[in-house]
Design a protein around this ligand. Sequence first.
Ligand code: SAH
Length: 234
Amino acid sequence: MKCFLMLLMLLPGLLTAASDDAAFAVAREKMIREQILERGITDSRILGAFRRVPRHLFVAPSYRGQAYGDFPLPIEEGQTISQPYIVAIMTAVIAPSDNKKVLEIGTGSGYQAAVMAELVREVYTIEIIPALADHSKKLLQQLGYKNIHFRTGDGHVGWPEAAPFDGIIVTCSPDHIPAPLLEQLAVGGRMVIPIRYSHTVQDLLLVEKLPNGKLKKTNLISVLFVPMIRSHAR
Ligand code: SAH
């Protein structure tokens, strides 16, 4: 009897949680269809990764209702979680596959790391702001990701002990490609990086290290990421 009463008391909460989850799943499907698939990213593995990652958990509770919108959102410390379409482009450009190892610079909310971790063998991610690094590490571990490695520090130096990387994804904007990141890119590897020319002009570049070791750069689209800062600037 006591148990039954307790269940009755808990039921409204459980039902709200279940209907919230269902509503978020509907919003997520709409995001995948309208913002990703219909804009040309059709790889079913990539779409599946977006389906499995609960984006609303990567934003503050007060922004959850907007988590699946077609825009970036603020996270802690004045930083942002990228727009879903930009995450999709950056993910697709890396050409993720099961056997690859990818380095991310700028963990932020952890969302891009989670999407990538669904698609490759190992993700190494570096965040310069300790509070963000701690928060996203905790969340990604709670969500059960075992193939993401975390480091708090300045991504300009990369992660030499874990190099070379098949993919490098830079989610903050430097004014040039940091040399250590180029060195740590495997031959045949792909880097995606938003290079800033001024406060408002940035190009998302794909940098491929060709089998002969030469670099091939392709300009993808204009973007607006937060600046890549240096540890001594803080
Ligand atoms: N990938 C993130 C986007 C975060 S915004 C996501 O999916 O949410 C970019 C992040 O880069 C910010 O959290 C910022 O603190 C971080 N950042 C800026 N300069 C950095 C640097 N030099 N090294 C590592 N992280 C940096």
